[in-house]
Design a protein around this ligand. Structure first.
Ligand code: KG4
Length: 338
C-alpha cells in the first residue's frame, strides 16, 4: 500500500511516500530554521506562509523521487494535531485536496504518534508493546505503547517541553535557534558537575516532570555572571544542563518500563538526537538488560515518513477522515478527535 504523507505542524514542511508503513520511497523535508533564527523562535505566521509556498513543489519532488505516478497512491496521511494551528491547516488542506482529487482515503495522524512510529522505520524488528519517551520542541511525554494505535500517556511535563527548555537555555547563552544542537556541541568536554541545577519531582506523579525551574536556574546563573562581570564557564553550564535534563527523563522512562513489565524502550522526537540523553539511555538499558531503540538523527526531527508509517497502522485500524477534517493545536495521544 502506497501512502503520500504530509507534515506541517511546526517549521518543517515535509512530504513522503511510504510503502506498507515501514519502507520509505521518498522523504522530502524543507526546514525553515534559517527564517525563524532571526527572531529566536518560530513565528507562526511566517511558518504557515512558507508551508504554502513550498508544499506543492515538495509533493511533486517526493513523487518523482519515489518513481511513482499520482494514480499509484492508495491513501493520503496528514498530521492534524498537535501543533501550530495555521501551520497544520496548510498541510490538512493540501492533504484534503490531494485525497479528493485522487479519490483515495484521507488518514488523520497525531504528530506524537508519528514521532513514535519513526522507530518502526528505523528498526524493522520493533513491535509493541514498549515504553516510548517522546521528546521534542513542543511535547515531552512518556507513552505506554500497547499496540500500533493503542497507547496512553503515563507521564508528561507540567510546563515546558524538553526541547523548548534547550532552546531557551541556548538563547540566554547567546547560541542560535534552534538551540538543542548548539547546546549539545557546547556541552562536549564540559564539566557536568560545574553547576548544581534542579531535577524536578512532582508529588504523587512519579512519571511527570517540570522544566521551568531548570530553565529559570540557567537564566539566573547567566544574568548573575553578567551583572557581576564574571566570566561564565558556558561549556560547564551546557554540560550540567544536559545532565539535569537527562536525569529528569532517563530514570523515569526506565522506571515506567519496569513497572509495566516491558523489556523494550524507545525514544523519539528532536531531543532524542541529544548525545547525553542517548548515552545515558544506552548505559541504563545495558545495566537493566532492556532493548533500546533510538532512531538515527534524520528520523528524530519532524519528517513526513513517520506520518506515512503511523498513517498505515491507523489505516489498518480503520481510521479515516472526511473532507470536514479540522486541525487542532492540542490533542491527547489517546483521545483522538476526528
Ligand atoms: O521533533 P522536532 O524536530 O520538532 C517538534 O516536533 O518540536 O524537535 C525540535 C526540538 C528543538 O527544540 C531542538 O532544539 C531540539 O529538538 N533538538 C535537540 C537536539 N537536536 C534538536 N535538543 C537537544 N539536543 C540535540 N542534539
Amino acid at each position: 500500500m502506497l501512502i503520500l504523507s504530509i507534515e506541517s505542524s511546526c517549521d518543517e514542511t515535509a512530504v513522503a511516500v511510504t510503502r506498507n508503513g515501514r519502507e520509505v520511497l521518498a522523504d522530502e523535508i524543507f526546514s525553515q530554521d534559517d527564517m525563524h533564527a532571526l527572531y529566536g523562535g518560530v513565528v507562526p505566521e511566517i511558518a504557515s506562509r512558507n508551508h504554502i509556498t513550498v508544499i506543492s513543489r515538495l509533493a511533486d519532488s517526493a513523487l518523482t523521487k519515489a518513481g511513482i505516478e499520482r494514480s499509484d497512491i492508495d491513501a493520503v496521511a496528514v498530521t492534524y494535531a498537535p501543533g501550530l494551528i495555521g501551520a497544520l491547516l496548510v498541510g490538512v488542506n493540501f492533504a484534503k485536496g490531494a485525497a479528493m482529487s485522487l479519490n483515495v482515503p484521507l488518514i488523520p495522524v497525531h504528530h506524537v504518534r508519528g514521532h513514535i512510529a519513526a522507530n518502526y522505520i528505523a528498526f524493522p524488528e520493533l513491535e509493541p508493546p514498549f515504553v516510548c519517551l517522546a521528546i521534542s520542541g513542543g511535547n515531552t511525554v512518556i507513552v505506554d505503547v500497547r499496540g500500533y494505535t493503542d497507547m496512553s500517556v503515563i507521564g508528561s511535563t507540567h510546563d515546558d517541553a524538553a526541547g523548548e527548555c534547550f532552546d531557551k537555555a541556548a538563547r540566554v547563552l547567546g547560541l542560535p535557534y534552534p538551540g538543542g544542537l548548539p547546546m549539545d556541541r557546547l556541552a562536549q568536554g564540559g564539566d557536568d558537575t560545574a553547576f548544581k541545577l534542579p531535577r524536578s519531582k512532582i508529588d504523587g506523579h512519579p512519571y511527570d516532570m517540570s522544566f521551568s525551574g531548570l530553565k529559570t536556574a540557567v537564566v539566573n546563573i547567566v544574568h548573575n555572571a553578567e551583572q557581576k562581570g564574571e566570566t561564565l564557564d558556558k561549556q560547564g553550564l551546557a554540560a550540567s544542563f544536559a545532565a539535569a535534563v537527562s536525569d529528569t527523563l532517563v530514570p523515569r522512562t526506565m522506571d515506567a518500563a519496569r513497572s509495566l513489565g516491558y523489556d523494550t524502550i524507545a525514544v523519539a522526537g528532536g531531543v532524542a538526537a541529544n548525545s547525553r540523553i542517548r548515552a545515558d539511555f544506552e548505559a541504563a538499558a545495558l545495566r537493566e538488560g532492556k532493548r533500546l531503540f533510538v532512531p538515527p538523527l534524520r528520523l528524530c526531527g519532524d519528517n513526513a515518513a513517520m506520518i506515512g508509517c503511523q498513517g498505515y497502522y491507523e489505516y489498518l485500524a480503520g481510521i479515516r477522515a472526511e473532507s470536514d477534517l479540522n486541525a487542532y493545536a492540542t490533542m491527547d495521544i489517546d483521545r483522538l478527535i476526528i
